[in-house]
Write a protein that binds this ligand. Sequence first.
Ligand code: CAA
Length: 257
Amino acid sequence: MAYETIITETRGKVGLITLNRPKALNALNSQILAELVSAVNGFGADPGIGAMVVTGSDKAFAAGADIKEMQAISYVDAYSQDFFVGWEEFTRARKPIIAAVAGYALGGGCELAMMCDFIIAADTAKFGQPEITLGVIPGMGGSQRLTRFVGKSKAMDMCLTGRMMDAAEAERSGLVSRVVPAGELIEEAIRAAAKIADFSLPSVMMAKEAVNRSYETTLAEGLRFERRLFHSLFALEDQKEGMAAFAEKRKPNFTNR
Ligand code: CAA
């Protein structure tokens, strides 16, 4: 499929999606949302793909939802369309998605990065929820996900003052999993995704599902959920292969069965 606001490529078993609205610093409009969801669903359905990377440009991962597109929306339009609900489809992806963030990840850009499974940041990355400066609040999950990532105090600070956090602070506070020099960002993210894609896909998908469940439920229910998934993995040939390979001191050959 031909896209206008994103570029899709494959690198081995990794699907790479690059946000590509350079003139608007990758501001997230309805077209980019539709294309991103289509690309993620496409890679999701492709048996040759085991993990994805979403990235932007050196200057901006994404500078937020498209302010010019939103500007004239009325309350009744926003409510009737359930504006931004479309992003929920992005979060339904079952294969892992790594956000590779350089430059600005602001507002919806920060929120999109947090919808991915983890964030690898360039040392140039800047995160923020500046919606308050526009007379609104985060609408793509910022007040909820940022609080779960960094805790109430820092999330309040970010959402109420609109200030930006640099990559070092983002790593310190648990928003990002690693920080790398800007020139190495894409390769590092692809390396991480390729590593994941080499594991048994059903176990990778269940690991993602289990970690995500921890946000949604009590510890007791989450532990039970994890244990049931764990039990189910013993039905896989890949569990037998993985453990046999360990015992035989060789590399496993996973077949996703
Ligand atoms: N929406 C639409 N256009 C945007 C945009 C956005 N979020 N961010 C940047 N652009 C556009 C600018 O309007 C400009 O376009 P023109 O050349 O046509 O004027 C172009 O991108 C380049 O931007 P700047 O000239 O502003 O670049 P800069 O280097 O001087 O500043 C910046 C960079 C600090 C990121 C600045 O662009 C900025 O503050 N952007 C807006 C950030 C923001 O408020 N994001 C939150 C949006 S609301 C939201 O996301 C709601 C939600 O919860 C989902």
